[in-house]
Design a protein around this ligand. Sequence first.
Ligand SMILES: [Cu+2]
Length: 373
Amino acid sequence: MKKKRLGRGVIVLLFTFLALTLSACGDPRLTTFSPNGTNAEESLYLIKLSAYIMFAVMAVVFVLLLYVIIRFRAKSDDTSIPKQVEGSTLLEFIWTAIPVIIIIFLAVITINMTFSMAQDHSEDPDAVKLEVIAHQYWWEFRYPELGIVTAQDLYIPKGKKIAATLRGDDVIHSFWVPNLTGKIDTNPGYNRDGTLQNVNRFTFDSKTTGIFLGKCAELCGPSHPLMEFKVIALEPADFEAWVAKMKEPVQVKGQTAVQGEKIFQQNCAACHAVDASDQAKRPGPNLANIGNRLTIAGYLPAETEADMRESLVKWIEEPNRYKPQNEQATVKTVVMPPFKDKLSKEEMNELIDFLLEQKQYDPANFKIGTEVK
Ligand SMILES: [Cu+2]
């Protein structure tokens, strides 16, 4: 009696532990279970289809198992050896054929959908062309047909195909926006003739407007988990407005900001542009619209102006503290230097006033992960 109760207690404990740990799993902003794009819908369909088939197989197996356990259990007075069965061609045929049929069925559907996700829309005049370049530990987005370069926040029009080519600048990264599309690797490397090697292509879309969280999904160094980005899906007309606004240079107004611009030119402009039409291959992210970024450096809070200011100061003073780099030399050679001892408090404030004036387009009061009507 005592033994039994203990056993049950252990099981209850185990399940409580599992329920508690698993309930902490899963960020609602990073889930494949609420798809907003075609690719994500297809992935969820495949997940559900294979899960349902698995449950059906399990149900059949468990029913048969229970039936056999009960129907053929040994009676206490029966010591005889049961009838020995060695091989049954019919049974073996059935339990080989059924899984083969299931696997062929799943394979046909999976391969079909995988190829549909890999469709190349680079020649489609209706598709928005996008170049994704992944760096340790940030994302660069170039729109070759629109002449715009951005970083970290990726703006797209709702309902349109986004024809993307993807590559890595240093090591392999992986582009992943769970609400919109499955993962795709961004590979580095050049051919002997200097052309890019292993560039991946794929197409995705968002069926709704909203802000979706993206992640690097390939371990790429110590700051890999901080390599986040956002996709901001706007109504097509708003996207047009974004394009036009991003191309307009910002007129710096405040007196301190004008001072800050000089500091920026001296210390930062070699690596960063503040103009979204800057096509130069600079080592740092394009800082156009930085005053409206949803986060700083991909993850530091920027919800209010005070948050934004605090995050910018922290980042500019000690970038290495907020995104640790590899200690050994890697392919990546350019990292942002700390400015803690290089700029006075006053200079830092002026610099930040300048950065905060870089506001080309405000994605309004969007919240990450919410659908915006
Ligand atoms: Cu990465």
